[in-house]
Design a protein around this ligand. Sequence first.
Ligand SMILES: [Zn+2]
Length: 411
Amino acid sequence: MKTLIHNIAVLATPVGQKAACGMSQGEINILHDAYILLEDDRILEVGEGSAPSVGPEIQRIDACGRLVTPGLVDAHTHLVFGGWREHELALKRRGVPYLEILAQGGGILSTVKMTREATEEELVEKASKVLKEMLALGVTTCEAKSGYGLDEATELKQLRAIRELGKRQPVELVPTYLGAHAVPKEYKEDREAYMELMEALLPKIAEEKLAEFCDVFCETGVFTPDESERILLAAQKHGLRSKIHSDEIDAIGGTNVAGKIRAASAEHLIAITPEGISALAEGGTVAVLLPATSFYLNKPYAPARAMIEAGVPVALASDFNPGSCPGFNLQLVMNLGCWKVNMSPEEVLTAVTLNAAAACGRAERIGSVEAGKQADLVIWDAPNLEYIFYRFGENLANTVIKNGKIQYTKG
Ligand SMILES: [Zn+2]
């Protein structure tokens, strides 16, 4: 079935089938008075000026003089977890460092406890509500990590919950195995045994196709660069591509590992060094920056300009998780990208579409509005691209289309 979206005031989209880096990150296509012709779930034609005349059998969507962009891609979330952590608010407001909260058994370890106690169905129901709201904000694809189980049964439970969520609702999920998120307290005295346990899960995950990526939290007091490299290379042997949490607090070398092993992405990067930036540029690794976490923790923002100037493709993501970023509003992340990370609106758009799709291994299929790509689109309550950066704090998505079907429209 064909669908014509017409009366588009501005169509703003990056172009290409791979991450855009350097100057090209900000060189997007802007079409005025545009139309998009879809066939089933694919984009057939994109043009400017008068729309092709189509018969009454073709479905028409009137964009009513609004802005249209690709569907947003949230390339970094910890979507599935038990409970919340509002009791840490006072500690965080007093500025108690995260690693100290962790050392006291709080932080991730309390989420691990609540995630172990939850059933798969409880996790699915909780995350379903989040995904429904994410979709309404324009998110059509979302990466989701395990990492709150830290034991075999719960890591698999989280990954199976992600698989089930992918079947039950329209947001496309990208599953990532993050067994190396923290060392659970029962293994504090025997890290090697925990490393072996995580590696032992890899064949099972590969066999059930439960994850596309493997991720590691490489940080002071968590996993070292050598341990990170070991796990990520073991996962690559099972067909899982690499991601890494690095340079969030200290630059201990995780970003160099990302470049060396040609990871799909390195994430956080607040404390990245010039050497780390070179490693990412050489490895073709996408830098996934998480400015809502900096905002929430009162921390500096990652140096995006230095990365863009060095030719590193930059993506922006929410980092939705119950500790350091209990919010998933990617539109707010876009505002922060513009005002705090010092990226242009055009660069930010690329960061939450094409480059985020590249970080999720999907740049050939999604992330831009071009003939041949999947029809994932947002029609905004905005007349142009500037408007969605100028406004903030409200949902400006009007209609969200996933795989050629309207999945959300403002009432
Ligand atoms: Zn994270």
